[in-house]
Ligand binder design. Structure first.
Ligand SMILES: [Zn+2]
Ligand SMILES: [Zn+2]
Length: 194
């Protein structure tokens, strides 16, 4: 019983760590990474920037194209962790969930009828990010709700005002955030009928 509890706690810790890391990556790309950045600009950053203009364009791409950016990024960090001996059950769990971040994000844009049965209840409990939760980032508050995996981390990060505080801190170093993403009152959260 104790071993099972340990596994569950490890998985949840990895899930939350991966969710926060997905928020950091998303925030850096949204606010500080131009599409003209060498190497990652064309094949990773532009997809994410364009996603704010046309959220459903991702469904016109091959599955592997949609997920390749996170796979490569997470794979590279995994290699670094291996090299420095930082792998443990929690970071392993975080890498597993982190590699799925953009797929979980894509599910938050899908109408329920297109989702596998197992996804819908997980979204309902916020274990996987729900369409309504992710809709906050695409709708009223594009500078909040950067984390992509669950419904649990964003409220804490946003309550702490972490992203804005970090931007104020970075502005003292001369780094100004980009301001291309605007609130979109017309964003429609996918539902059974929408
Ligand atoms: Zn964004
Ligand atoms: Zn999105």
């Amino acid at each position: 019983m104790l071993a099972l509890l340990q596994v569950v706690v490890t998985l949840i810790a990895g899930l939350l760590l991966a969710d926060f890391a997905s928020g950091v990556i998303h925030w850096v790309i949204d606010r500080y990474t131009p599409g003209s950045t060498p190497v990652i600009g064309t094949h990773f950053v532009r997809f994410i920037h364009e996603h704010h203009e046309r959220p459903h364009a991702m469904f016109q791409l091959l599955w592997v194209v949609n997920n390749a950016g996170f796979f490569i990024l997470v794979g590279s960090l995994f290699g670094l962790c291996c090299a420095f001996g930082w792998l443990n059950p929690v970071t392993l769990s975080a890498f597993a969930f982190g590699a799925c971040a953009n797929q979980i994000h894509a599910w938050a844009h899908r109408r329920p009828r297109y989702l596998a049965r197992i996804v819908r209840p997980l979204q309902r409990f916020g274990i996987l990010q729900s369409p309504r939760h992710h809709g906050v980032h695409h709708g009223a508050s594009p500078t909040e709700h950067y984390c992509l995996i669950t419904d649990w981390v964003n409220p804490v990060v946003d309550r702490l005002d972490l992203w804005r505080r970090a931007e104020v801190g970075l502005s003292y170093l001369g780094l100004k955030p980009m301001a291309y993403a605007r609130p979109n009152p017309n964003y429609v959260v996918p539902t059974a009928t929408a």
